[in-house]
Design a protein around this ligand. Sequence first.
Ligand code: AMP
Length: 111
Amino acid sequence: MDCIFCKIIAGEIPCDKVYEDEKVLCFNDIAPKAPIHVLAVPKKHTANLLEVGDDKEMLNDINYAIKKVAEKMNIAENGFKTVINTGTDGGQSVNHLHFHILGGKKFGEDL
Ligand code: AMP
């Protein structure tokens, strides 16, 4: 399968790793949109949020990893934004589920 995030998970393409456990890999976005911009990616290939289906554990695993990233990057206290793009209209460019974790600045209240 020609999936760039699967290749990163497999170690075939390097990444700037922030956190890793058995189920999730988190690494710095190559084109950051904020001072802190980390991607939380499930290791099991899943195209997008809809494809998670009834795998509730996957979302729990990602949520746990996001908490670990927030603590490690010192953004837990001040807060951060999470973004999940789904499909063409959602602006998804990599078809492997990922949560953007954006922090290190104060965002406005608008989406
Ligand atoms: P999305 O547009 O929501 O699918 O987000 C994909 C994100 O993946 C973008 O923010 C890209 O900058 C990021 N990205 C693409 N390739 C890499 C890579 N090799 N390493 C780190 N981030 C990447």
